[in-house]
Design a protein around this ligand. Structure first.
Ligand SMILES: [Zn+2]
Ligand SMILES: [Zn+2]
Length: 112
């Protein structure tokens, strides 16, 4: 998400916030963008991937709407304890694949 009141025509890195923890985009904290400017940071993505993809957990409320693709899906998802935003399994997988491919992110998929 964008910081409230930020200048859309002159957005700085500090204007980009993770929807799942409120963290700011930095060189050390890569972000993946979803629809409508939604963002998930590398730290939240690591936790989401570990829980949903590696461990097969589901912490989402029934009938949730994914903050990244904006869809309501029947599949497992991760609900952030910090902000209550939810990421579906599909978006977690897609974001993890994108971030792992980006050499600058130095991000790798968590193992079991
Ligand atoms: Zn985050
Ligand atoms: Zn999604």
């Amino acid at each position: 998400m964008r910081r409230e009141g930020c200048d859309e025509n002159n957005a700085q890195m500090t204007d980009f916030l993770c929807d799942f923890c409120g963290g700011t985009w930095t060189e050390d904290l890569p972000m993946v963008e979803g629809h409508k400017g939604s963002l998930i940071c590398g730290a939240c993505l690591r936790e989401a991937y570990r829980r949903v993809v590696v461990l097969g957990e589901n912490s989402a409320d029934e009938g949730y709407a994914c903050a990244l693709c904006l869809l309501t899906k029947p599949e497992a998802a991760w609900r952030s304890p910090a902000t209550g935003s939810t990421a579906c399994r599909w978006c977690i997988n897609r974001s993890a694949t994108m971030l792992a491919k980006d050499p600058d992110s130095r991000w790798t998929k968590p193992e079991a």
